[in-house]
Structure formats: structure tokens, C-alpha cells
Design a protein around this ligand. Structure first.
Ligand code: MG
Ligand code: MG
Length: 248
């Protein structure tokens, strides 16, 4: 069942989302060549705690970091480590924060120093796909409408659409029903209603859509080692549209 949030729950989800957006904003200036992903993770955790929240992903299904940090061909679930960011990398920070039992979830891909025009395009096009997916959201739309819009945008740019990982409902759990795939047919899948909260999160690859998991049992990477980008917002479904809860 997809839950419709009460006014009180929506207020808490708004605070959680706002802190996620602020954490991205806080971290952005630190994303430079030479910083380790562990250091970024520490800064994220400190900031989230300073805002009266807890990092949603810490310990979730056993995840060892506070946020997920995925570099270049890493699609999602990169574990913070002593690896240093290098000039020309792209890096995705996937951040979740929990406020009084309610979550916000947003991923964003950043350039490290000067990146190639091809990586620049991948980032821009994946962000465009996120907003294409969001643009169809309103009371009465189908989950398949979102996937269709994301997929159409991705195919326009010949990008690989990761199918194994999907968006999701958000509430007192980070991951709730429904699944929100980045592919689909218009008019299919669950119907969304005013008061539902979902995360839309295209993960688009420069090359193959195929992905696999590394031996660390967490990090998902592309099948051809080409880079991947990931843009995600948590949004509230409204009568005539949607409100982004994780604005930066
Ligand atoms: Mg996320
Ligand atoms: Mg998510």
C-alpha cells in the first residue's frame, strides 16, 4: 500500500528534505581534487547531526558510511574510503537525513575540478531526465508516466538507463512503496495521489545500461567502466503538480 501522508507527516518530511538540500549545499565547496570520500562523509555526518537530524543511510541494511559516494563508473552505493577525488572525476553524493522519524533523500552528481565535455553532457542530460520525470507528477498520474518521461529523455541522448535500481516512496522509511522505475509505459503502474511522497532518481550511463556489484557487496558499477550520473529529488505529490522537498 502506498501511504498518503498526514499534514503532520508532511511537515516533518519537509524539514528532513530541507536538511538534505542544505547538506548538499554545505558539501559542494569541499568537492575538490585531493579530498577523500571518507572526509566528505565525516563532514556530511557532522552537518546532518548539527541540524538535529541523523544520516538515514548509516547502518541501513548494514551500510558502513553516512552517505553514499560514487565516483565515475560507480553508479550507486559507493562506500566512503581513503580514495581521493581527482581532477576530472565526477562524483555522486547520495544523502539521506531523518528528522523525528521521517526521511529526505537526494542524490546529485558533481564535477571535480575540470571535467571532459562528455562527462559535462552526461551530467546535464541526467539532470534534465530527472526534471522530465518530475514534470508529469500530479494527482492521478501513473508511476509508469514518470518512467516513460525519464526513459524518453535518456534515449534522446543515447544514454543507458539502469533498470536494477529504482526510485521509491519516502516516509517513515527511506524506501517505501511504490517502486519508481526509470523506464515504463504511460498509463501503467500504481496511481499517485495528492499527499504521497516519492523519490525520483534517474541513474544514467554514458554507455551500456548493464551494471554489476563489486566484491565489497555494495558498490554498483557500469558494465563497461564508462561513467554514470545520478540525480534525485524527494517530492510531494500535489493536486496539480508536485513540490520538491529536497531543494538545494
Ligand atoms: Mg538517494
Ligand atoms: Mg533514493
Amino acid at each position: 500500500m502506498i501511504s498518503i501522508k498526514s499534514e503532520r507527516e508532511i511537515e516533518l518530511l519537509k524539514v528532513a528534505g530541507e536538511i538534505v538540500g542544505k547538506t548538499h549545499h554545505y558539501l559542494e565547496p569541499f568537492i575538490k581534487p585531493g579530498i577523500t570520500t571518507k572526509e566528505l562523509d565525516r563532514l556530511a555526518e557532522e552537518y546532518i547531526l548539527s541540524q538535529g537530524c541523523t544520516p538515514s543511510f548509516k547502518g541501513l541494511y548494514g551500510f558502513p558510511g553516512s552517505i553514499c559516494i560514487s565516483i565515475n563508473e560507480e553508479v550507486v552505493h559507493g562506500i566512503p574510503s581513503n580514495r581521493k577525488l581527482k581532477n576530472g572525476d565526477i562524483v555522486t553524493l547520495d544523502i539521506g537525513a531523518c528528522y523525528k522519524g521521517y526521511h529526505g533523500d537526494s542524490a546529485w552528481t558533481y564535477a571535480v575540478g575540470k571535467i571532459s565535455p562528455k562527462k559535462e553532457a552526461l551530467m546535464k542530460q541526467t539532470e534534465e531526465a530527472l526534471f522530465a520525470g518530475l514534470s508529469v507528477i500530479k494527482d492521478g498520474c501513473h508511476v509508469g508516466d514518470i518512467g516513460h518521461a525519464v526513459e524518453e529523455c535518456a534515449h534522446k541522448y543515447h544514454l543507458g538507463v539502469v533498470e536494477e535500481l529504482v526510485g521509491h516512496g519516502v516516509g517513515s522509511q527511506v524506501h517505501e512503496e511504490p517502486d519508481v522505475p526509470n523506464y515504463g509505459k504511460k498509463g501503467t503502474g500504481p496511481v499517485l495521489k495528492e499527499g504521497m511522497v516519492i523519490a525520483v532518481e534517474p541513474m544514467l550511463n554514458m554507455g551500456t545500461k548493464e551494471v554489476f556489484m563489486l566484491d565489497d557487496d555494495w558498490t554498483i558499477v557500469t558494465g563497461d567502466d564508462l561513467p554514470s550520473a545520478h540525480f534525485e529529488h524527494t517530492v510531494l505529490v500535489e493536486k496539480d503538480g508536485y513540490t520538491i522537498l529536497t531543494k538545494r
